[in-house]
Design a protein around this ligand. Structure first.
Ligand code: ZN
Length: 492
């Protein structure tokens, strides 16, 4: 048995062709030219109209079946790029070599590389629908976006003329029996403080305090997990120290990426030699309290303190206090839970990093997320207000992308749920995620569009163990045809 002959052949034969076309993410560097050319060939071979936008996304159009010309249109969408990862020893060249596919029981995987079923399988299903002769349908579009995996650039730049239709089925879900109906938008805030470096006073004893071995995690998917963040903890410790004694701050360095929960921090402080005992009391109390608060989620955490040589300079005390107060006061974590989907984080923020930068600046970064646009901006403004009150010299909120607000009673979702139940005898699980998806970005161009996301089960995506479940592909294919038929019949 070959991959192209698996059931349903209509889908697997196209997937087999897609795996032969190199398509690692990197549209800007021309890495998607081959798959774009292949998509154009596909359209030409089947006499379908197509369009390429200036970003490089490709849309292929199937006219309505006779008698269904006035029906509602549906966009079937997947991304054309794939994550290029290979295991040790692999000599695979993602720019030139076809993916070597292997049938392994109920699964299809690759030979020690990513398979690219994320999202080659989504594309294969969309394209199969464009040529399936038995389908009763209104106008259909297959949309292939670029670089979903590296910044959602295809979806970010999409314009309304590439989204022709009333409904959109995103085929980039990785769990059979699950329908995704919402995601979070995001916005980064950057707060800059200018400080004056001052000669480090010689009459102080200096200590380096390190926060290490914290869990960290993804600032969206893990924000509800109760992990500590070392940006907040280090400023809390400094605040506590400041209540008990006079200290100077020579170094503050916490966190790193804006979309990661901070898992390490380093502070260097100077205190009067006579306060050494007091510092050790404050520190030990703090460590005991924090270890107790996070005993379930941070069993490996370590907070250590050792004496160090006097540094050359310190941060002027006024600026240091304002930074510490603002970071301590600013929120981190869940701000609101969804009332539409139980258990979904609706709005959150990640106090991602506090860093000393060139030009005598201390820069604080936060990343706010919400599935509701107004919720995202409300939280952003609250944080801006805190840092404005603390006298930040510059406040920038940028890189914003839109969320996809879950609507539990949307028509498309109702059709999809009923169809799944009729086909397979069970209600699908409906969920939303607290991270970004292409669907949120499509809403910017087409705020009126109803969307859902689903697809066959994939495991270990973005790794050489990536595999695609064969029976789940058949289910997704049946579901697509059923939804298309229902929408065509009801809007005829
Ligand atoms: Zn994907």
């Amino acid at each position: 048995m070959q991959v192209k002959d698996l059931n349903p052949q209509a889908v697997w034969s196209i997937f087999d062709e897609i795996t032969k076309v190199p398509r690692p993410s990197g549209n800007e560097e021309g890495k998607l030219d081959k798959i774009r050319a292949w998509l154009v060939e596909f359209a030409k071979k089947h006499n379908l109209e197509y369009k390429i936008d200036k970003t490089g996304n490709v849309a292929i159009f199937r006219p309505a079946a006779p008698g269904y010309e006035n029906c509602k249109g549906i966009v079937l969408q997947g991304h054309m790029d794939m994550v290029a990862e290979k295991g040790p020893g692999s000599t695979h060249n993602f720019d030139t070599d076809p993916i070597e596919t292997i049938i392994d029981g109920e699964w299809v995987r690759a030979n020690n590389t990513t398979l690219g079923a994320d999202d080659g399988m989504g594309l294969a299903i969309a394209l199969a629908a464009m040529i399936e002769p038995t389908l009763q349908c209104g106008p259909l579009e297959a949309l292939a976006t670029v670089d979903e995996e590296t910044g959602l650039t295809g979806a970010s730049n999409i314009e309304a003329d590439m989204l022709v239709g009333d409904y959109l089925l995103n085929l980039d879900e990785e769990e059979d029996g699950v329908i995704t109906m919402g995601c979070a938008g995001g916005l980064v805030s950057i707060f800059k403080f200018n400080y004056k470096p001052e000669a480090a006073p010689k009459d102080r004893t200096y200590f380096e305090i390190k926060f290490e071995h914290f869990h960290g995690g993804h600032s969206g998917a893990d924000i509800h997990m109760g992990f500590a963040t070392t940006t907040k903890l280090s400023s809390r410790l400094l605040w506590n120290i400041g209540e008990e004694m006079d200290y100077v701050l020579a170094k503050i360095d916490a966190g790193n990426l804006h979309n990661a929960i901070a898992h390490a921090a380093t502070l260097v402080i100077g205190i009067k030699p006579e306060d050494k005992e007091k510092l050790s009391v404050v520190l030990n109390t703090f460590i005991a309290e924090v270890k107790n608060e996070y005993k379930r989620t941070e069993p490996k955490m370590e907070i250590t303190c050792k004496s160090v040589d006097a540094p050359e300079t310190i941060i002027d005390t006024d600026t240091a206090r304002r930074v510490v107060n603002a970071v301590y006061a600013a929120p981190h974590g869940i701000a609101a839970m969804s009332m539409e989907i139980p258990g979904l984080v609706e709005t959150s923020t990640n106090l991602a990093s506090v860093k000393m930068r060139e030009g005598n600046q201390i820069v604080v970064e936060m990343f706010h997320r919400s599935s509701i646009e107004s919720g995202k901006y409300d939280l952003t403004h609250k944080c801006e207000t805190i840092f404005r009150m603390a006298g930040a010299n510059e406040i920038i909120s940028e890189g914003g992308y839109q969320g996809w607000e879950p609507i539990a009673d949307s028509h498309l979702l109702t059709v999809a749920k009923d169809s799944w139940e009729k086909l397979f005898g069970v209600r699908p699980e409906v969920r939303a995620i607290h991270a970004g998806l292409e669907c949120g970005l499509f809403l910017k161009a087409r705020p009126d569009m109803e969307m859902i996301s689903f697809g066959p089960t994939l495991r270990d995506v973005h790794s050489p163990a990536e595999r695609c479940n064969i029976p789940a592909v058949d289910k997704a294919w049946k579901q697509i045809q059923s939804i298309v038929n229902i929408i065509a019949e009801e809007s005829k």
